[in-house]
Design a protein around this ligand. Structure first.
Ligand SMILES: *Cc1c(COP(=O)(O)O)cnc(C)c1O
Length: 429
């Protein structure tokens, strides 16, 4: 067994000061049992814990680290930017440069606003949609996670799913009642809800779901939602906090040919620092203060260090590099399917760009209910067998995995061998 005495000591101290010993719930390993390891440092595709154990990392800080840990281009950009100060609270060049770069890759982001977390981005996007439509209700999909703001903690994925909290206490019933939820990939259910009453302000969706495990959309799902939004007067919001700069260089619009009215971004655009954004049609973004009456603000929004990290990351992430990471991701997923087949483990795995995931289930997973019907006990055993061998995937069956530019042939081969060994010891039903 890997020794984790230092991690255990630090977690004991952490539990005295933080609920569950963590700054965000899934980090506590409640979805898989056991103690989390405590990180000391990361470099490239790898993480080391405070006991000196090494892991190939497929969580990558839950998505942002598309270039891997501590990439020199990002560290250099931070060094340079911090010489000039850490926050200004007035307009500064880097925020304009990052916004222009994002818009060049995602032309539907005609105007945008930077915020500091994905939660703020989605919260603000629905505020704009509500102002525009004059409607209060929104439509989301079961298993999608859009951050922890009140309106989204209704049948949500990610940590909410991991911890089995279908709704969170503290969310007023009157707020939760304004959120309608349809099953993923179920256009008929979505249409019925979107057409009910006086309609909905917004239809919000993760274009490729990563917070209920990895669930790609059926081919007609996103075009169907676009048509439904047009017909019912709802604002279509693609929550690309996870998929942005992961599923294609230009996100969902490029991959699926469907354009949302508003898009939320986060994770990759901050290169490991806290940045997110919401944006889209100019006429909608004109509602935002001070151009319009919809209030939204942030003391540290457009923070120069965060902007520098985001810019360095997106500049390095050329379409050619994106393709290279995507090809490696496909290679890994193919390799894992072969290993699972050899061990006769019921397994389904898929990827989109540099985002991937797997379930212990023979049939394809199209909905959150399908994901929940996968063999989660087997997931827990395999998770621990992988961790013991130095492969770190998210500590929950309801999270996607990622690849970075730093995951090379060596890491892939090592990972496939570790899955082989993990299925050997923990793959049986
Ligand atoms: C991570 C995530 C969020 C929330 O972002 P935070 O920065 O954690 O607030 C919202 N939507 C999606 C799709 C996400 O993956």
């Amino acid at each position: 067994m890997r020794a984790r005495a230092q991690s255990a000591r630090l977690m004991a101290r952490a539990r005295a000061v933080f609920p569950g010993g963590v700054s965000s719930p899934v980090r506590a390993f409640r979805g898989v049992g056991g103690e989390p390891f405590v990180a000391a440092r990361g470099a490239g595709a790898r993480l080391w814990d405070v006991d000196g154990n090494e892991y190939i990392d497929y969580v990558l800080s839950w998505g942002p680290l598309v270039l891997g840990h501590a990439p020199p281009v990002v560290l250099d950009a931070l060094q340079e930017a911090m010489q000039h100060g850490t926050s200004f609270g007035v307009p500064a060049p880097l925020e304009v440069e990052l916004a222009e770069l994002i818009r060049a890759r995602m032309p539907q982001m005609e105007m945008l606003r930077f915020v500091s977390s994905g939660t703020e981005a989605t919260m603000s996007a629905i505020r704009v949609a509500r102002a525009h439509t004059g409607r209060d209700r929104i439509l989301k999909f079961a298993g999608c996670y859009h951050g922890h703001a009140d309106p989204f903690l209704v049948r949500a994925g990610s940590g909410v799913a991991t911890l089995g909290l279908p709704d969170s206490p503290g969310v007023p019933a009157a707020v939760a009642a304004l959120t309608l939820t349809a099953p993923l990939n179920d256009l008929a259910a979505a249409a019925e809800l979107a057409r009910s009453g006086d309609g909905v302000a917004a239809i919000i969706v993760e274009p490729v779901v990563g917070n209920a495990g990895f669930i790609p959309p059926d081919p007609d799902f996103l075009p169907g939602l676009r048509a439904l939004a047009d017909e019912s007067g709802a604002v279509l919001i693609f929550d690309e906090v996870m998929t942005g700069f992961r599923i294609a260089p230009g996100g969902a619009r490029e991959r699926f040919g469907v354009t949302a009215d508003l898009t939320t971004l986060g994770k990759v655009i901050g290169g490991g620092l806290p940045v997110a954004a919401y944006g889209g049609r100019r006429d909608l973004m004109r509602y935002v203060a001070p151009d319009g009456p919809v209030y939204q603000a942030g003391t540290l929004s457009g923070n120069p260090l965060a902007m520098a990290a985001g810019l360095a990351t997106l500049r390095a992430l050329t379409p050619a590099l994106h393709e290279r990471i995507a090809a490696r991701t496909t290679e890994l997923v193919t390799g894992l399917r072969e290993v699972a087949a050899r061990h006769a483990v019921p397994f389904t795995a898929a990827s989109a760009g540099s985002m991937w995931g797997f379930f212990f289930r023979r049939e394809p997973v199209r909905s959150f209910a399908d994901a929940q019907a996968s063999d989660t006990a087997r997931f827990r055993r395999v998770f621990h067998a992988l961790l013991e061998r130095g492969v770190y995937v998210a500590p929950s069956p309801f999270e996607a995995a990622f690849l970075s530019a730093a995951h090379g042939p060596r890491e892939l081969a090592e990972t496939i061998d570790c899955f082989d060994a993990a299925f050997q010891v923990a793959g049986a039903a």
